[in-house]
Design a protein around this ligand. Structure first.
Ligand code: KG4
Ligand code: ZN
Length: 339
């Protein structure tokens, strides 16, 4: 008997993501991003995102079906992100998912966006161990989570102010780089010395598993302003590399502390910032020294996508989880298992 085919829909922020997974095999992953429409505002505008999802959703589903070589009638269940995320953006995805499920007479599974970021790693690296730690770092969240049984999440720590990706985006703006700034800082930093400027490591030695990036962001802005006031050129590559190093240093140190404290020898890293080349390299190197295996999906599966929703949906379906058509969007969805 063939394994069930699950359609995953992700609309929590500015990417309309549609994935198709059969069992544990990814068949298609299509993303329509409204990022260019937000770039001129320097950040995601919720109303613009909702409207873009409305325009893109059905064509993106159709394209994913075409790429996977299947038809809508072949789909056995629909999974959709119910939160956390932008209220209007989530609503578009949830309404569409309900329509597909109702019209096709198939189950609907609402999933937690953070759990989906973790679950997508299984597409590339196989099943998760019974217990592992996840570091989720993106434009909207920076969290350390204990992951048990694949989808049960317990919060161990989180940012007390800006998310890591938000700090990348704000520092990029200070350096005159386009939005979203993370990939630009990553690129520019390859020509800079990460030890050039000693920027502060927020909450580094406080023993907690929480993060703070707003002091770092302010320190970078002050440093750049001081150079500009003195009429000196700003060494963009050195600032980018030193800022990036400060973020990566704290993220990796706290993630490995979390592994040690919670007896986990596997660390999964996800979210848009997990696409960062320096984070990938430093985490892999330091984890190896600590006897921890690091699992990071390929960059395209780190940023928001539909494959992650379909993957978690397929996993929950296999466990018999159904959320029913009454599921609704929950912008501040908490980490309550099983979704
Ligand atoms: O997961 P994601 O696509 O959306 C949210 O849920 O926020 O993450 C987007 C964030 C942005 O802040 C972006 O600047 C950051 O991830 N990002 C990066 C890189 N690629 C994306 N940050 C650092 N280095 C990168 N290579
Ligand atoms: Zn995300």
């Amino acid at each position: 008997m063939t394994e069930p085919l699950v359609l995953g829909i992700e609309t929590s922020c500015d990417e309309t993501g549609v994935g198709l997974v059969r069992g544990t095999t990814l068949l298609a992953d299509v993303i329509a991003s409204s990022v260019d429409e937000h770039a001129r505002y320097g950040g995601v505008v919720p109303e613009v995102a909702s409207r873009a999802h409305l325009d893109a959703l059905v064509p993106t589903v159709d394209l994913a079906l075409e790429r996977a070589g299947v038809s809508l009638r072949d789909v056995d269940a629909v999974a959709v992100t119910v939160g956390p995320g932008l209220a209007g953006a989530l609503l578009v995805g949830v309404a569409a998912a309900k329509s597909y499920a109702l019209s096709l007479g198939i189950p609907l599974i609402g999933v937690n966006h953070l759990a989906a970021h973790v679950a997508v790693d299984t597409v590339e690296h196989g099943p998760l161990p019974q217990r592992c730690v996840a570091l989720l770092v993106s434009g909207g969240h920076s969290s350390l989570l204990l992951v048990e049984d694949g989808a049960e999440l317990t919060g161990l720590g989180a940012t007390v102010d800006d998310a890591a990706g938000e700090a990348f985006d704000k520092v990029a703006r200070v350096l005159g780089l386009p939005f979203p700034g993370g990939p630009h800082i990553d690129r520019v930093a390859t020509d800079g010395d990460p030890a050039a400027i000693a920027f502060p490591r927020g909450k580094a030695g406080d023993g907690s598993l929480d993060f703070s990036f707003s002091g770092l962001k302010t320190a970078v802005a002050r440093w750049v302003e001081a150079r500009e006031r003195a009429g000196e050129a700003v060494p963009v590559a050195a600032v980018a590399a030193s800022f990036q190093e400060a973020v990566v240093d704290v993220l990796v140190a706290k993630a490995l502390t979390a592994c040690a404290r919670h007896d986990a020898d596997v660390l999964v890293i996800g979210g848009g910032v997990a696409a960062n080349s320096r984070l990938r390299a430093v985490a892999t190197e330091r984890a190896a020294r600590a006897g921890v295996v690091v699992r990071i999906p390929r960059p395209g599966l780190c940023t928001d996508n539909g494959a992650m929703v379909a993957t978690l949906g397929a996993d929950l379906l296999a466990r018999g989880v159904r959320t029913g058509l009454e599921v609704s969007a929950d912008p501040s969805l908490a980490l309550v298992p099983p979704i």
